[in-house]
Design a binder for this molecule. Structure first.
Ligand code: UD1
Ligand code: MG
Length: 458
């Protein structure tokens, strides 16, 4: 169920699209469902409030077999399930899951599905430290009832066993009661939990399994979202610590659920690793670095404060501190991009170095190239992005401007301060700068002109 208004989030983004790390709430729920072994063609997601956005997100991120169902008016969870009747009516069993339960683990869901078969309806409950506004579980002999917080008596509100929002129904039994759910309650909504009370009336079997609170917290406001993010972040860090990643301060590190790390990786404080990033063995990610969709080989050293996006750093390469590597760039093995260097869509060949203050855009560098400090590619002429090719073993003098498109053949060099507008042939030195002229006795003349005048008489 992902159709609710999410009013308490106080946000224009639909609740189930709110982020935890770099994925949406609904992504975590669906991943757990799929990992628990349920096939996408047997899953329906109910959308409604902000439904176009939610539908688009689901179509872009999940298999096309996933069923998207619409609840056009949000009249409560009972009404939501009823709106999806066409989808579930031909199954024997139905699991209903709140869309705001991102912390539920696949193993728990699997256990619940395997164990819940006997009853007409079984729910997941948990013992809440602060029971807040959760529906309270009323246990009576072998049955359970759920009373919503807003309808509960002061006595009932003291109960700490609460409804998590995950239900296993026998479809035949659900069909007998779904049309009987009324909205004569404090919120004037059709409550799905009322199905249990109606089933009890018909002498059907109802029950609740208690699961750990950590997995079952619903998200209804920003504070609960932040709390869930903390839990998820910790879970992910712990998974990597277990395989031998070293993080001196894991609480300061953010790792996407989609990232893959290897043994011996070191992640220093305040690092963020997003998207489908991969980091190979024994690589070191220095403080303050932000990596998004990167492929990092083994023994790579990112010194500190590097921002790297959609790029690859091969084995034994080095980057930073303070560099920005983006949009399809590649550091080949043993190459280096250093201080205040920006790379865009550029390849730095094996063992080549761009150590300081450079911009390489749309450039391809061969192996064993050295780029002097302050050199840049002038790759954009205002209309087109043009390419720079620098061959193997080239030596680029400091502050060289490559006015692209331009090419240096193998072994070529440029003189410091050159503006290179033409190809430099193999082993040649390209000099593209004004010749120096010295003005004789300039200082003496200059000093005379600016010499302070003696103070006046008066
Ligand atoms: C619900 C339960 C409560 C339980 C809690 C657990 C009801 C009436 N109450 O309360 O017993 O303790 O979850 O977290 O079910 N939704 C729709 N259509 C609607 C209304 C809601 O699809 O018309 C969806 C929401 O998007 C959400 C889920 O159902 O994903 C639960 O709705 P929410 O408003 O969060 O219910 P709670 O107040 O949390
Ligand atoms: Mg909720």
């Amino acid at each position: 169920m992902a159709a609710g208004k999410g009013t308490r989030m106080r946000s224009t983004t639909p609740k189930v699209l709110q982020p935890i790390l770099d994925r949406s709430i609904i992504d975590y729920v669906l991943r757990s469902v799929f990992e628990a072994g349920i096939k996408p063609e047997n899953v329906g997601v109910l959308v409604g409030s902000g439904g176009e956005l939610v539908e688009q997100h689901l179509r872009e991120n999940f298999p096309s077999e996933l069923n998207i169902l619409w609840q056009h008016e949000q009249l409560g969870t009972g009404h939501a399930v009823k709106s999806a009747r066409e989808f579930w009516t031909n199954y024997d069993n139905l699991i209903v899951l709140n869309g705001d339960l991102p912390l539920i683990k696949p193993e728990s869901l699997k256990n619940f599905i395997n164990e819940s078969g006997g009853n007409d309806c079984t729910v997941i409950s948990f013992n809440a430290k602060h029971a807040k506004q959760y529906g309270r579980i009323l246990r009576e002999e072998n049955k359970i009832k759920i009373v919503e917080f807003k309808d509960a008596t002061p006595e009932q509100r003291k109960i700490h066993e609460v409804n998590a929002g995950c239900y296993a129904f026998k479809v035949k039994s659900l069909e007998e009661v779904i049309d009987l759910i009324k909205n004569d309650n404090a919120q004037k909504e059709y409550y799905l939990p009322d199905a249990l009370y109606l089933m009890n009336e018909k002498n059907m079997q109802t029950g609740a399994f208690i699961f750990p609170e950590e997995e079952m917290q619903g998200i209804n406001n920003q504070s609960e979202l932040a709390q869930a993010s903390r839990v998820m972040r910790k879970r992910i860090s712990e998974k990597w610590l277990e395989i031998g990643v070293r993080m001196p301060v894991p609480e300061s590190v953010y790792i996407s659920p989609d990232a893959k790390l290897s043994q011996g990786v070191v992640i220093m404080p305040n690092v963020q690793i997003w998207g489908e990033s991969e980091i190979g063995e024994n690589s070191y990610i220095g403080s303050g670095s932000i990596l998004t969709n990167v492929k990092i080989g083994s023994n790579v050293k990112i010194i500190a404060y590097a921002v790297i996006e959609n790029s690859e750093l091969k084995d034994n390469s080095k980057a930073g501190p303070f560099c920005y590597i983006r949009d399809g760039s590649c550091l080949e093995e043993k190459s280096f991009a250093g201080k205040f260097v920006e790379l865009k869509n550029s390849k730095i060949g094996e063992n080549s170095k761009v150590p300081h203050l450079s911009y390489m855009g749309d450039a391809t560098l061969g192996h064993d190239v050295n780029i002097g400090a302050g050199s840049i590619t002038c790759n954009y002429d205002g209309v087109h992005k043009n390419k720079t090719f620098i061959g193997n073993n080239c030596f680029v003098g400091s502050n060289t401007m490559f006015v692209a498109p331009v090419e240096l053949s193998d072994g070529a060099a440029t003189a410091a301060g050159s503006v290179i507008t033409q190809a430099v042939p193999e082993n040649a030195l390209g000099v593209g700068r004004a010749r120096q002229t010295n003005i004789k006795d300039w200082s003496i003349l200059h000093n005379h002109l600016i010499k302070p005048q003696p103070k006046g008489e008066n």
